[in-house]
Write a protein that binds this ligand. Structure first.
Ligand code: PAF
Length: 277
């Protein structure tokens, strides 16, 4: 596995990779969810490239950039074991030189949900992903369903900017008790870790109501709200039942819809979702 930091190093290593190239962008602190993206890329592509970069521009001023967990040696060992061919670990100076002043912004899809609560977050995500796509030039790029809005926004950007890249969205990987895998789970103390199962319990309550025929979006949201409110260590930030394409809130679920939520467990903000229809 080749590890590179600078752009010239990346470009020359990329040039000799057999095509098609699958790409897995990450912020490190890898877990089985990331490895499942690598495995999907490995199964579909002749070469797999990954990046590890904790992107400062997608963190808000009160968010956890300094505290964000980092463990490069462990991440590199996991990527090597998963069969990655090339890893790019750019520094903040490589990605954002001091005179940097160009941003990539998707409009409508970034307004609700995460976009409303985390101003500037998606501008940081789309800018860095556009730069990663330009530099790596993959044929396919792999993202997790847990960050459903991020995947939708990146798909939009890829289409709007004519990147010749197929966006592949892979299923959320879960712990045995249903908690969606996330690098942020490492922040949870044992009591919070236990309480964090409330996200999956809330989604499961809504899912079984949906499976039994409930199509009233507000009733599905209320099931999530009631389940989360019953957990003393959890605080619901939002629950949404929205059209899966436009992310506009629904009154009735008639087609494909996204039930999504953000919950604080202690000081840790967790998100999860499931797709109906
Ligand atoms: O999902 C993530 O880990 C990040 O948002 C991404 C896509 C690597 C961009 O920094």
């Amino acid at each position: 596995m080749k590890i590179v930091t600078t752009l010239p190093e990346l470009r020359s290593a990329r040039r000799i990779l057999p095509e098609p190239v699958g790409f897995v962008p990450t912020m490190g602190t890898l877990h089985a969810g990331h490895i499942s993206l690598v495995q999907a890329a490995r199964a579909e592509c002749a070469s797999v490239a990954a990046s590890i970069f904790v992107n400062p521009t997608q963190f808000g001023p009160t968010e956890d950039l300094a505290r964000y967990p980092r463990d490069l040696p462990r991440d590199l060992a996991l990527l090597e074991a998963a069969g990655v061919d090339l890893v790019w670990t750019p520094t903040p100076e490589v990605m954002y030189p001091s005179d940097f002043q160009t941003w990539v912004e998707v409009e409508g899809l970034t307004r609700p949900l995460e976009g409303e609560l985390r101003p500037g977050h998606f501008r940081g995500v789309t800018t860095v992903v556009a730069k990663l796509f330009n530099a790596v030039g993959p044929d396919k790029a792999y993202f997790g369903q847990k960050d459903a809005q991020q995947a939708a926004v990146i798909r939009r950007m890829t289409k709007d900017l004519d990147f010749p890249i197929e966006i592949v969205v892979c299923p959320t990987l879960r712990e045995a008790d249903g908690l969606a895998m996330s690098s942020r789970n490492t922040y949870l103390n044992p009591d919070e870790r236990q309480a964090a199962t409330v996200l999956f319990r809330a989604l499961s309550a809504a899912k079984s109501a949906y499976d039994s025929g409930e199509r009233d979006a507000e009733k599905l949201r209320a099931l999530v709200r009631d389940t989360v409110n019953a957990e003393p260590l959890a605080r619901l930030q939002y629950v949404s039942c929205a059209d899966d394409d436009t992310l506009e809130e629904l009154t009735q679920v008639t087609g494909k819809a996204l039930l999504s939520m953000a919950v604080y467990v202690g000081k840790t903000r967790l998100i999860d979702n499931f797709v109906m229809g």
